[in-house]
Write a protein that binds this ligand. Sequence first.
Ligand code: NDP
Length: 479
Amino acid sequence: MSAQPTASLFIGGRPVEGQGADLPVRYPFTGDVIATLKEATVDQVAQACAAARAAQPAWAALAPVQRGRILGRAAAIILDRNEELARLETLDTGKPIQETLVADWPSGAAALEYFAGLAATLTGHTIPLGQDWAYTRREPLGVCAGIGAWNYPSQIACWKAAPALVMGNTMVFKPSEETPLGALKLAEIFIEAGMPPGVFNVVQGRGQVGAALVGNPDVAKVSLTGSVPTGRRVYAAAAEGMRHVTMELGGKSPLIVFDDANLEDAVGAAILANFYSSGQICSNGTRVFLQEGIKEDFLARLAQRLREVRMGDPLDPNTNHGPIISPAQAGKIRDAIAAGQAAGARLVCGGPGEGAFIPPTVFADATDDMAIATDEIFGPVMTALSFREEAEVIARANGTGFGLAAGVFTQDLTRAHRVVAALEAGTCWINTYNLTPVEMPFGGVKMSGLGRENSAAAIEHYSQLKSVYVGMGGVDAPY
Ligand code: NDP
């Protein structure tokens, strides 16, 4: 099974072979090498940035509707080829084809369609000032660097490219070293859709290639999806050049289930909040707070439903739980499970699993200070905690440095809104979980990051305002 691309990088509208170290790409299910890419050298990162910089003025000079049309065509190509692209995404990530067919490229295409539609509406304002007036121009930032994580590689590339490019910026994108293939497809599709060369470029490599990109003097903005430690480093490096940043980082989000919740829906939401993509989702609600009255019924029903999970070959359409991205990540998850057991939490179901597979794992009777309740695991491990009162659960839900997401299940309308208002999280759900439509802003607070992706709000993070004062009378100087 080979997924070897034409070349490892995409610079100035064409595939270019990397001149750095080998980057083997493994299919997480079998561990087989399906492609061997080569990293970009620092010089090649600079070439990609220079190509993006050279392409930017002409791209920004197009009428917005023309840029939007190209993004729209790219979305149509993606949707047309969704099956082939989903298969590649499954090989790259190990996620079940059942998921990649509906979640990955389709949500990337939705972002391209959304921002294509928004293109022609992006304007400044006029400001009356008596006889004088001012206006603002919403202008692009220039070259944007996108750096992605490995869990949704193609979606992340589209979510970053769509608002950046529609605003007239150009981009150099570095996928995670674990999942380098999707972004190269996106670069090809953009060219096929009529995008000028150099507008969207791809470089490959490990963290140091990302660091070279963040430090490149041509780069005006960095958008990172990754972990908090990487976010800290990238934010600090970007500060050197006073570059704009968007940081989509990790989380340990609370999902609060009150006694009056619809139990079956709440259990379903806990499954979506913990086990989709084998738990490798930043916004997962991994601290599930159960009000005491429903706790045991909830856990019993959850364990029953989790017994129906179908782990196995990700290309089998019946599989709904795939392997973990890499042996290293599986090892970290197993360490977290072992720590949960050693700390005395009750293992309701699941466990360390074997090889690349870790089954849906649920801990109960945990305390807030256990590592399974404080640290992001980024795997299929849910920690159930119990609570009595609303005020208590709000305080405990907020008792974390993270602030990416949160969910509340209750039939009490006023309580639902009161609780989400009090939760320190950038993205909240009431009576559902983990839905991230492009129409809704997505992002975190506290250590989970800053800036927003998706929705019109994303445009603010890929543009800057120029203010223009227009004098309509004489100039009244004091001397
Ligand atoms: P990492 O933080 O390890 O890596 C993220 C990206 O940054 C990778 O492309 C990585 O390259 C690159 N990188 C690493 N070091 C540097 C550096 N010094 N300068 C520039 N770039 C660098 O995250 P993972 O890939 O392991 O993804 C998992 C994390 O991502 C989790 O914490 C998860 O919560 C978070 N995440 C957040 C999301 C959100 O939207 N908030 C969505 C998805 C994931 P390489 O991989 O090649 O080393």
